[in-house]
Design a protein around this ligand. Structure first.
Ligand code: ATP
Ligand code: MN
Ligand code: MN
Length: 300
């Protein structure tokens, strides 16, 4: 039997991670295979590493594809490969649990080989888990709202943060919403960051109760945007920049500049097939310095 011609060398081969079943379809709607997902991640790994490296992560794994069962994995099963590391983190009960982290492209690809589609991260690094290096406001719109409403909310929050001296950045989640990300210098501990995020969100909901709610309940969300400040507690995660999403059409989480956000009409604007465009964008002026700011929480 004649062998089919080999594919041209792809980025994923450079990582040395063997991807089994590369032709398995993981996104049936978009007809995207595990091999294509691995190609996306090897293309984008360089862009992902500043955010993901050395951060405890949770994975959304869908070994049989997104249409079948997916599960959220927080702990190290010890079976991923040598570049998927483990860090012991203290739990509330006083014991410890091993959490996962990676610090190179090989680690990312070893997760993909194990069926990972999405990468979520703690707000702190593995070597300083008690002091977050970012705060995030996760804007979750009620179903009846438009993306225009979400954009307006994100820009208002950006302005209010700027008014108290905080620089923030926007990320499309690849799903329905936007994350407003506030880098922190790692001076404050979790309770302080959580309390700040809660007070900021509740104040906003109180001043504009028709647009915002800071309460998780679905009933209170009717026609409003839930400012999910609960991402800012110890152990909580948020989807990481450039992570693929296990959603229809194989979208990805994408950093955007505040200027270009104005022109964007959906949170799932970019997809797994867009790695070349994402890399080009990341090298452009609009995203220079995205996600970087050396700042402390103000005393408010
Ligand atoms: P969207 O814009 O569609 O809301 P999202 O990534 O913000 O996308 P959310 O449902 O708001 O999705 O979830 C916010 C974060 O909470 C996720 O990014 C994830 O890190 C975390 N999360 C979601 N589901 C779970 C879960 N089952 N277990 C643990 N953490 C979760
Ligand atoms: Mn959300
Ligand atoms: Mn949320």
């Amino acid at each position: 039997v004649a062998e089919t011609p080999a594919d041209p060398p792809k980025g994923r081969e450079a990582t040395g991670v063997k991807i089994t079943h590369p032709d398995r379809v993981v996104f049936p709607d978009a007809k995207i295979t595990k091999g294509q997902l691995a190609d996306y991640y090897s293309d984008i790994a360089g862009l992902m590493l500043p955010a993901i490296a050395h951060r405890p992560i949770s994975l959304v794994r869908c070994p049989q594809g997104r249409a079948k069962q997916c599960f959220f994995q927080k702990h190290d099963a010890g079976s991923f490969g040598k570049s998927v590391h483990s860090v012991d983190i203290e739990e509330k009960d006083g014991g410890t649990e091993p959490y996962l982290y990676v610090d190179d492209a090989t680690g990312i690809l070893q997760c993909v080989q194990m069926g990972t589609i999405e990468f979520h991260g703690w707000g702190a690094r593995a070597d300083s888990v008690e002091t977050p290096d970012r705060m995030v406001f996760d804007l979750d719109p009620d179903e009846e709202l438009d993306f225009e409403d979400v954009k307006k909310a994100a820009m208002d929050i950006k302005q209010q943060l700027a008014d108290i001296g905080l620089t923030s950045f926007a990320m499309l989640t690849g799903g329905k919403g936007v994350h407003v990300i506030v880098p922190l210098n790692g001076e404050a501990h979790w309770p302080e960051v959580k309390s700040f995020a809660e007070r900021f969100s509740r104040a906003l909901a109180q001043s504009e109760p028709d647009r915002f709610t800071a309460t998780m309940s679905k009933a209170k969300r009717k026609g409003r945007i839930f400012i999910d400040w609960l991402r800012n507690q110890r152990g909580a995660t948020a989807v990481l920049p450039y992570s693929a999403r296990a959603r229809e059409g194989a979208p990805v989480a994408a950093p955007v500049s505040w200027t270009e956000l104005k022109e964007i009409d959906a949170a799932n604007r970019w997809h797994i097939g867009d790695s070349a465009e994402l890399i080009e964008r990341a090298n452009g002026r609009g995203l220079a310095g995205w996600g970087v700011a050396d700042q402390a929480l103000p005393d408010v």
